[in-house]
Design a protein around this ligand. Sequence first.
Ligand SMILES: Nc1ncnc2c1ncn2[C@@H]1O[C@H](COP(=O)(O)OP(=O)(O)OP(=O)(O)O)[C@@H](O)[C@H]1O
Ligand SMILES: [Mg+2]
Length: 351
Amino acid sequence: MGFIHLEQVTKMFNGSSRPAVENLNLEIEKGEIVTLLGPSGCGKTTTLRMIAGFEQPTEGIIRIDNRIVQDSRISLPPEKRGVGMVFQDYALFPHLNIEKNVMFGLNKWSSRKKKQRAIEVLDLVGLADYGKRYPHELSGGQQQRVALARALAPYPDVVLMDEPFSNLDAGLREKMRYDVTSILRKANTTAVIVTHDQKDAFAVSDRIVVMNEGVIQQVSTPKDLYRCPKNCFVAQFVGKTNLLDGTLCQDLKHVNTHIGRVCLPERMEKHLDHVKVSIRPEGCRLAEEGRYFGTVERVIYSGEYQEVSVRLPSQSETDVPMVIYVPIEQDIQVGQTVAFDISPELVALVE
Ligand SMILES: Nc1ncnc2c1ncn2[C@@H]1O[C@H](COP(=O)(O)OP(=O)(O)OP(=O)(O)O)[C@@H](O)[C@H]1O
Ligand SMILES: [Mg+2]
């Protein structure tokens, strides 16, 4: 059994017509960093708060380190669960200096031990010299690291973080993704991180749990999630994709779609009549002798690549044009005819 274990967890808030979280089953291993990823309102914070003990599920069992912390009879309070929580707004006490903020959760310890531990964790998060400052005297990223130090101070088994990067600008965000994961790894802590940002999730996670409307859609490593999305929701939420209807060919390796035959990464095991394929824009590469061709309708520069919409002759006016990514050094004009190939590795059958 995993270190954190959620079994059939459902949360129905009073007065709501449908559950915020529904029949959630999840196992998280010791030392793993897992993110809950999904759109606003999909139940991420509610799930995190149920693990922490700030919210009671309507049904289900939660175990941490083989101990039931929540079921229909038992409901351990947050301080007895061995979890440290980092709130979205960091929730630092403005009237306490950084050292005192960090020592706050250690009230039963002797003052000498408290002080020693505060120095240790502030050192771990790279803020050894900031103990006497007040929260308003720190930058956003530094405040975030203080919040993490405070959560880590009582040696929790689990750290839970709600949208830890959302208050940071793009540059700092990237640095903090790196810093937070290396701090968590150094402390050898199991962590559950909530985010609605795919880049955050990809950068920090061992595994990603994609949620929608209170229900888990897929649990995978970042790479598998991108290459083999299970359903249309995951394919569209995690990165961009082209979704096409089709029929599986007799060879079980190709799909006939309105843009032509598309090759799958591997042979399917059984025949299916109607299928949907997800084709990642990165999987489409311009090639003079490419198998597919069409007219460029739109070019968007993203800085890293050009997002090019191509309408194929077989596509009607109501069909969504194919989106392909083209390296920025290639000159592409609207109205131009382009030919491309599709790499099967970035094609997936989805539900
Ligand atoms: N205390 C509450 N009472 C009633 N409904 C609630 C309560 N807290 C959350 N909800 C509802 O439960 C659903 C899930 O909310 P939750 O906060 O878990 O979403 P989230 O995935 O964290 O979204 P976001 O990305 O916007 O933070 C929403 O529909 C929300 O309105
Ligand atoms: Mg939330």
